[in-house]
Unconditional design. Structure first.
Length: 402
């Protein structure tokens, strides 16, 4: 289908990277508003993969790569989790030779290929005037590239790690924190019944927000995060103390997947990498659990303390969105439309200090969003600071390190 146009233009929307609750409400919000303003909306399927794999031939069926969005379609999906447009970690500027679509293999046969020229041609082929990508810093870093190439882009931040720079809030974070607290509290019954340590590994490659907020809310006694390399002896000592003070004789630790031992490095499942160069993390919770068990006799009168070790993983990113991840995507979608209707692009819609706003999209590639250890993390006690909350935003830690 070439050059689908109506009176006011065509908006493309896609979701990339990991799934989170809140993506479908964002798609719904954009679509409902755009249709009522006289625009057509095309959903690009499987993130950047859908637009890469388009075949520019009127006789070719490209329905697996995009779909026309209607109120009926988005209303049906809008209250559910995940993304009905599906997702991928495709990075069009760095496509490995084996992953180049079959119809492009003759033209692109290097070990790594930049398919951006094809992406731009395919957007034009579909008649897309404006693009709204919903994703984390990886997905949106390629959106920055497209904007630099002249594509009219307004981006929406999504990631349960809450680590997209420039915004205090990313879609998916609230549901992740809510589920982490709920599941931790549920697992307490087992930890207390057996008088054990409870160790929970959560997502968080470079930033520890998903460990910090549940701990701050009282779900755990301690947490270890990627921004600070922790001492295992000190951690064991603290958790034994916490356990002793608890009448039910258990204590709880939340571990970010990117957390590192003092003198150590990140723990990987293997050395294969995705399109953005990230090796798959996983296993630090297992290592910490084993070390806790082995070190516990030193601080527990010679007696070993057993461990319940649970990786929460996809349990905190599946299912329906909570209230915040239903409301914020609605607002973000409408903010994106406001910008496009005003002729403004090259922006990222954001929440900053409790207010909706927008910032230049290149903030995604020009800075990092990490926990400010000095301000928010007690490195001796291995848990958040519980002070100076006045005038802080809803989720305490902002997009700024300062």
């Amino acid at each position: 289908m070439a050059n689908i146009k109506n009176k006011k233009g065509v908006i493309g929307i896609l979701t990339g990277g990991g799934d989170v609750p809140g993506l479908n409400p964002a798609i719904r919000s954009v679509t409902i508003r755009a249709l009522r303003e006289g625009y057509q909306v095309i959903g690009l399927r499987r993130g950047w993969a859908g637009i890469v794999e388009i075949i520019r031939d009127k006789d070719t069926d490209n329905s697996d790569n995009y779909q026309i969005l209607t109120e009926e379609v988005v209303n049906r999906a809008g209250r559910t989790g995940g993304t009905f447009l599906h997702s991928s970690r495709t990075r069009p500027s760095h496509v490995k030779k084996d992953d180049v679509p079959e119809h492009l293999k003759d033209k692109y046969n290097s070990n790594v290929n930049d398919l951006t020229p094809e992406v731009i041609k395919n957007l034009d082929y579909l008649g897309i005037d404006f693009l709204i990508p919903v994703g984390g810093d990886d997905t949106l870093s390629y959106a920055v590239r497209l904007y630099q190439e002249g594509v009219k882009v307004v981006a929406i931040p999504k990631t349960m790690d809450n680590d997209v720079p420039g915004t205090d809030y990313c879609i998916g974070f609230s549901t992740c924190v809510t589920r982490t607290i709920s599941m931790t509290n549920a697992l307490r019954t087992s930890a207390g019944s057996h008088e054990r340590f409870l160790v929970l590994e959560v997502f968080g490659r470079y930033a520890g927000f998903t460990a910090m907020l549940p701990t701050m809310a009282g779900a755990a006694n301690r947490c270890v995060i990627p921004e600070y390399k922790f001492n295992m002896e000190r951690l064991t000592e603290l958790l034994v103390q916490d356990r002793f003070k608890n009448p039910s004789r258990y204590s709880v630790l939340i571990v970010s997947e990117g957390a590192m031992f003092e003198g150590g490095e990140m723990v990987f499942q293997d050395r294969t990498t995705d399109a953005y160069g990230h090796a798959k993390l996983g296993g630090i919770g297992d290592l910490v659990s084993e070390e806790l068990k082995n070190l516990s006799p030193r601080y527990n009168n010679g007696k070993k303390i057993e461990v319940i070790n649970q990786k929460l993983g996809y349990l905190v990113r599946c299912g329906d969105p909570d209230a915040i991840d239903s409301i914020v995507p609605m607002a973000y979608g409408n903010l994106a439309l406001d910008l496009l209707l005003s002729g403004v692009h090259g922006r990222l819609v954001v929440l900053k200090n409790g207010r909706y706003d927008n910032v230049p999209i290149d903030v995604v590639t020009s800075s990092k969003k990490l926990v400010n250890v000095e301000k928010f993390y007690n490195t001796d006690r291995l848990r958040p600071h519980y002070k100076s909350f006045e005038m802080k935003p809803l989720f305490i830690m902002t997009s700024e390190l300062n």
